[in-house]
Write a protein that binds this ligand. Sequence first.
Ligand code: F6R
Length: 243
Amino acid sequence: MEIIKVKDYEEMSEKAANIVIEHMKSLKRPVIGFATGSTPIGLYNCLVKKYQQKEVSFKHATTFNLDEYVGLPKENKNSYHYYMHENLFQHVDIQPENVHIPNGMAEDLEQECMTYDRLISKNKIDIQILGLGLNGHIGFNEPGTSFKSRTHIVKLDQSTRKANARFFQSIDEVPTKAITMGIETIMESKKILLLVSGKKKADALATLLGNSDISEEFPASILRQHNDVTVIADEEALKKINE
Ligand code: F6R
């Protein structure tokens, strides 16, 4: 794993945007995997800015998001469809038919997972953005998820629902289930860019970068087996590494 140490959230976002753009420019039809949550918002802001400055175009890009809550319609402000539209897609020249986000409202959720996974297998992801969960989750693959998992429905950990309750009126409104790309699906991405910022993430990052075992109890540990992972972490997140 390559580790890029940066000062703060802004620098992390800027570096990440530069890496994504460079990668996009090197490919005719780039396939990008996006994440949601607080971590990549700065990256999306930078991408929008650089699009406006004509440094990048999304015209030929195809995108796949990691996950979506089950039971939230696209128009719901907490859905990841809404998030992506608000933070990135409405501001750039992406073709709507090239945007893929799991449909958490599908009547047949199992079928939705299979269809989504097959589509990713057909359009290999060139660069996948990831955030790091406090418990080591990637996507919504909670501790204990099989490293062999493909896109599937998950029951969200109480700790994850609590961490995400900040976006909702109350924790009771946080969905209990989500659709997520599986760990094996994520690992098939050609390149992975993991963004980690803030002191809240220091323990999780120390576990990831420490010498602990690669274990399903800490899903992100599998990234150590991928041959092209770049971690961009800021000083606060790295605090527990050199202690
Ligand atoms: C989001 C996702 C999650 C988040 C993780 C960190 O699509 O899949 O794994 O990346 O929960 O979330 P934040 O960035 O809010 O700390």
